[in-house]
Design a protein around this ligand. Sequence first.
Ligand code: ATP
Ligand code: MG
Length: 574
Amino acid sequence: MRVSQLLNPTLREVPAEAEVLSHQLMVRAGLIRKSTAGVYTYLPLALRVLRKIEAIVREEMDAKGGQELLLPIMQPAELWKESGRWAVYGAELFRLQDRHNREFCLGPTHEEIITDLVRGEVRSYKQLPLLLYQIQNKYRDERRPRFGLMRGREFVMKDLYSFDRDEAGLAESYQKMFEAYCRIFARCGLAYRAVEADAGAIGGTGGTHEFMVLADSGENAVVYCPECNYAANVEKAECRPQALEGVPPEGQRKLVLTPDVKTIEDISVFLAVPKTTLVKSLLYQGDQKLFLVLLRGDRALNETKLNNALGGFVSLQLASPEEVEQILGCKPGFVGPVEVPAGLLVIADEEVPLMKRAVCGANKADYHFVDTVPSRDFRIDQVFDLRMMEPGEACLKCGVPLQEARGIEVGQVFKLGTKYSKALGATFLDENGEERFCVMGCYGIGVSRSMAAAIEQNHDDYGIIWPMPIAPYQCIIVPVSTKDAFVVETVEKLYLQLQRLGVEVVLDDRDERAGVKFKDADLVGYPLRVTIGSKTLANGQVELRERKTGETKLVPVEEVAAQVKIIIEKALEY
Ligand code: ATP
Ligand code: MG
């Protein structure tokens, strides 16, 4: 391809609306253009990257026995009503009606449709296991579409669904997909980590991992053990309760005046006590029910754990100041667990009952209690692990201090069990002629998000640094001058030669200054650049530069094609 013909509108300025680097760089490098919030056009170079990721995904899915199919994007509401998700999926589901007022949605995911297919076509255990997948657009009306392709409302996903006879079969399918995912992200040239994850709203029989591309800009915090292979999303990471030293108070709790304090920070300063001796009391609201949540003052609440502990709410949020006033008769800063109304459920993190002496709100404006003993003074109804893991805490498996990293979720594997096969009646006859429910798993990869994640992980001040396996083109030839006939002739020859060798090559034949061409080549991020100028060519040499290392060397012109080919082959080895 010749750059003069390529639709690759690069920009020098950073686009104002792009918050993250991958988004900025994709716009500046002429890869994407916004259509509307969370919806993008992929220009030719971006599509090449997308197709390469898809090709790797396909190969690895097929290698595990996956069969590709294509499911409809437009799905009838009836199926979603059968699974119960029409009511619970909420505002993220794009809903529409046809001319007869029949309801439909645009698929945000395809469990219903695929289960409907399988219930119609599978009769016998002999047809199982089945691993069915597609690579296709998904639609989610995200609350905050942002970061370009990272969180779109229309995006490309690979989704595979496994159907097995039993849990053992599911475990095997899950393992296959886990291995395939590891190969996919490694083959894409990405540094990633598989982490234990929260099962969240999809439910299922448990067992789920997320695949995180490691990048400082990632939305997810993960903890990992440098010693054993334990790694988890912080949402999921189980904590071991820590009991601190301390002496119980001699007498009863005392009421103290604490005017104007609003936060744990304030009260800690006002009373000159460490946060570890405070109790954080939060009034929460979930599906119209209220409950009081207790944590040690230095800890952060993990809302995911809270939601799971209570059985899963559609809406979980802090109660409003008005609700706090109504139930406990004070402002949120003075809420505490002493003598709370009988009907109010009190749930505590495991560390709270271990506290020997604590300060807490008194449910009275401008007052706190000091010298309370949680096991004596509080009514605690239920105890759970409710807090956020902190880096440096001991690994539950091997005791080594955990480390923290940030990650972008590019994939998730999930054991669904019989949730959907039961809801929709996807059964088969086993060896004894008995009817049983298919045991399912689902496995997603954000293909378009992976492209953005690759950029978050691989860039510098000058632009994108594509890993070779997913680069839009592997090599660019830049003639320093388009006036020198010998340069032009050499360039054309090399261009042909590289194409014959199967190298994906572009030729920057534009009548531009060399500096402009170099800037664009760096911005777009071609892994290899061959520069041909009159001066070096007079000595029979051209310059070969690797984008990633910046390493530049002079190579005899007749050897450069072979060298380029070798570098590429080596980079594609896996
Ligand atoms: P997130 O927590 O980031 O919203 P999710 O858990 O809802 O993602 P899944 O339903 O597991 O996502 O979808 C599978 C994969 O699809 C995710 O791992 C992610 O890579 C990708 N993905 C999900 N939502 C989006 C989106 N809005 N834009 C781009 N990719 C997405
Ligand atoms: Mg997910």
